[in-house]
Design a protein around this ligand. Structure first.
Ligand SMILES: Nc1nc2c(ncn2[C@@H]2O[C@H](COP(=O)(O)OP(=O)(O)OP(=O)(O)O)[C@@H](O)[C@H]2O)c(=O)[nH]1
Ligand SMILES: [Mg+2]
Ligand SMILES: [Zn+2]
Length: 339
């Protein structure tokens, strides 16, 4: 096994040596559609399926092969299709909480270097949702990049106002504003992408994720779809898919998300809300919940207009969600249920 594939490195190589049988090869999952995968090796892309033995030993659906995974495969007859025998450990990942009350995760993609968190300047823009995506990236050890699309539909002042809103919420992540129509900002995106790195695009339907990938590859390979008058997309992309750029970077397209469910531990949450974390030592009580306590420095900052109210409310909302999730986790564990 040589280091020929973009994205492969010594970390994966070492795991592959330990996990793959001598007769097996390494490949990367490029698409998943109802249990059926596509994998790419040095010579091309072939359909693949996990073996019965692999599926039988699964602990959770989260461990099933997903886009971006490196897998050990063999080719039973010629090279037309592959058996997946093992999934290499994931260096990083993007996953979300499944819709509804359940505490299940759904994998979005694995082994991602940078998440492009895509929002449109036009209709879709929402700082609280951005914060959720940032938590999702942080939890999976993925670097975030904010991409604001459709700058051609707003004027310069409106764009600056949106950026100020993001900064006002204490978000310091890099922002690239682009237009797939005029080409503005596409150069900046290309510049920051490098050989062998994997970039996953996430965001609501209709914000222009697939269009952006088509612009970057220079081919109209991915299907794109018009949005309704309210700017809502029509869920054109239906499966996660990995594409390669000629210069050796890797892009993953995903279907637009309706809900961004995140499951984070309370400490992880505080790390992400740096401004609130910095204020809390000044609260009178060390275990201050920043909701009603006297002498709360966070509440004081909100009242003084130094902390955006929306940002603060989103923090409390996420905190409550994560606390109740933690509670249901331990309740389930007590009942001996698997989650
Ligand atoms: N004006 C304008 N329209 C854009 C831009 N980028 C994409 N669009 C249009 O927005 C619509 C939706 O684009 P898609 O690329 O299909 O959006 P998506 O994010 O992939 O949506 P899903 O696949 O449903 O998640 C299409 O009609 C695009 O032509 C842009 O920068 N400016
Ligand atoms: Mg799409
Ligand atoms: Zn407080």
């Amino acid at each position: 096994m040589k280091l020929i594939e973009p994205g492969m490195d010594h970390w994966f190589q070492d795991h592959a040596t330990a996990l793959c049988e001598p007769a097996q090869h390494l490949a990367r999952v490029t698409a998943v559609d109802r249990g059926q995968c596509l994998v790419r090796n040095a010579s091309g892309e072939v359909p693949a399926k996990a073996t019965g033995k692999f599926m039988g030993a699964l602990q959770s659906t989260i461990d099933m092969p997903c886009v971006g995974d490196w897998v050990c495969v063999d080719y039973p007859d010629s090279e037309n299709w592959a058996n997946i025998h093992a999934v290499l450990p994931r260096k990083s990942f993007l996953r979300r909480k499944s819709a509804g009350k359940s505490l299940k995760f759904q994998m979005i993609a694995a082994n991602i270097d940078v998440a492009f968190i895509v929002q449109s300047c036009h209709h879709d823009f929402n700082v609280s949702r951005l914060e959720r995506y940032l938590l999702m990236a942080n939890e999976g050890r993925v670097d975030p990049l904010l991409v604001l699309t459709k700058t051609d539909l707003v004027d310069k002042d409106a764009l600056e106002h949106l950026i100020a809103k993001i900064r006002g919420a204490g978000i310091h992540t890099r922002i690239i504003a682009i237009s797939n129509v005029t080409g503005e900002g596409l150069g900046q995106i290309k510049e920051m992408m490098s050989f062998g790195k994997s970039y996953c695009l996430v965001g609501s339907s209709g914000v222009g994720k697939s269009t952006l990938i088509n612009k970057l590859t220079g081919h109209a390979t991915l299907k794109t779809g018009a949005v309704s008058n309210s700017g809502e997309g029509r869920h054109t992309t239906v499966r996660r898919q990995l594409v390669f750029l000629e210069q050796g970077s890797i892009l993953i397209d995903t279907p637009g998300m309706r809900e961004v469910g995140v499951l984070v531990a309370s400490e992880g949450l505080d790390e992400n809300f740096e401004d609130i974390q910095q204020l809390s030592p000044a609260c009178r009580f060390t275990n201050c919940s920043h909701t009603q306590e006297p002498g709360c420095a966070v509440l004081k900052a909100v009242q003084a207009g130094k902390l955006a109210r929306e940002h603060y409310h989103n923090y409390i909302k996420l905190k409550t969600e994560s606390a109740s999730n933690e509670m249901s986790y331990s309740a389930k564990r007590k009942k001996g249920q698997r989650i």
